[in-house]
Design a protein around this ligand. Structure first.
Ligand code: PGA
Length: 255
C-alpha cells in the first residue's frame, strides 16, 4: 500500500516567528499520527527554523524550489547541494513557478534530475490550465508534462508527483474527487509507460488545488489519490492537523 503525503506549500507566507509557531502547532497535533507522511515547505529563509523546530519528529521539511547547478553565477538561486542535509523534500515545477518565473518542462526536468542526484525527494508538479481543460487538452498536457519532466530520469520507488490543475489553485474551486482521480490515473499510466508498472504502482500522486478539511476525506478515499499538496489550508495548524488525520483515516479504510 502506498503511504500518502500531506505536504504544506507555504508559498511566500509566514514570518520567522509564525513559521516557528506553525511548526510547533503541527508537531503537537500530528507527530503521533502514522500512516501518512507529513511535510512542511516554508520559504527558504525559514527552512532552518523549521528544521530545528521539527528535529527528531516525524514531520519532514521541504523547500519550494531548487536550481539544477551545484554552484555558480546564478544570482538569487539556491542549489541542490545547499538544500541537501537541510531538507528532505523539494517542490519542483509548481504552476506558479511555470507561470511567473518562466519554468519549462526542460528546466523542470533538469531540476528533478539534480534533486534526485543530490538525495532530495522531489514533489514534481503537473497540471492543466482552465483553457487547456476547456479545449479538451487535459490528457495531452498532463502526459507531455510527465514525459518531458521525467525524461531520462530513473524514477525511484515512492517518488512523489502532485497533480495540480491550475484553475483549482487558490480559487476555492477544487476538482471533484472523481475528476482528480481520473487525471491521476492518466498520470500513473504514463509513469508506467516510462518506468514500468511496479514503479508506477509505488509512486505517490497527490492532488493539489483548494484542498481543505471539508474535501480532503473524499479526495483521499479515491483509489488513485495519495494525499495532497496544500497551500492556503496548510497555513493554519488546526486545519493542517485535520488534513493529516483525515488522510490517515481515508488511507486506512482503502481496500
Ligand atoms: P491551494 O494551493 O491549496 O491554496 O489551492 C495549492 C498549491 O498551490 O500547491
Amino acid at each position: 500500500m502506498r503511504v500518502p503525503i500531506i505536504a504544506g506549500n507555504w508559498k511566500m507566507n509566514t514570518t520567522a516567528a509564525s513559521c516557528a509557531d506553525l511548526c510547533r502547532g503541527i508537531l503537537q497535533g500530528t507527530d503521533g499520527v502514522s500512516g501518512v507522511e507529513k511535510v512542511v515547505c516554508p520559504p527558504f529563509p525559514f527552512l532552518s527554523i523549521a528544521r530545528d523546530c521539527l528535529k527528531g519528529s516525524s514531520i519532514r521539511v521541504g523547500a519550494q524550489n531548487v536550481h539544477w547547478a551545484e554552484k555558480g553565477a546564478y544570482t538569487g538561486e539556491v542549489s541542490h547541494s545547499m538544500l541537501a542535509g537541510l531538507v528532505e523534500y523539494v517542490i519542483i515545477g509548481h504552476s506558479e513557478r511555470r507561470a511567473y518565473f518562466c519554468e519549462t518542462d526542460e528546466t523542470v526536468n533538469k531540476k528533478v534530475a539534480a534533486a534526485l542526484a543530490a538525495g532530495l525527494k522531489p514533489i514534481f508538479c503537473v497540471g492543466e490550465t482552465e483553457a487547456e481543460r476547456e479545449a479538451g487538452r487535459t490528457e495531452e498536457v498532463l502526459l507531455r508534462q510527465v514525459r518531458l519532466g521525467l525524461g531520462g530520469i530513473q524514477v525511484p520507488e515512492g517518488f512523489a508527483i502532485a497533480y495540480e490543475p491550475v484553475w483549482a489553485i487558490g480559487t476555492g474551486k477544487a476538482a471533484t474527487a472523481p475528476m482528480a482521480n481520473e487525471a491521476i490515473g492518466l498520470i500513473r499510466a504514463e509513469v508506467a509507460r516510462l518506468a514500468g508498472a511496479a514503479v508506477a504502482q509505488s509512486v505517490r500522486i497527490l492532488y493539489g488545488g483548494s484542498v481543505t478539511p471539508d474535501n480532503v476525506a473524499e479526495l483521499g478515499s479515491q483509489p488513485e489519490i495519495d494525499g495532497g499538496l496544500v497551500g492556503g489550508a496548510s497555513l493554519d495548524a488546526d486545519s493542517f492537523i485535520s488534513l493529516v488525520r483525515q488522510t490517515a483515516e481515508a488511507a486506512a479504510a482503502k481496500p
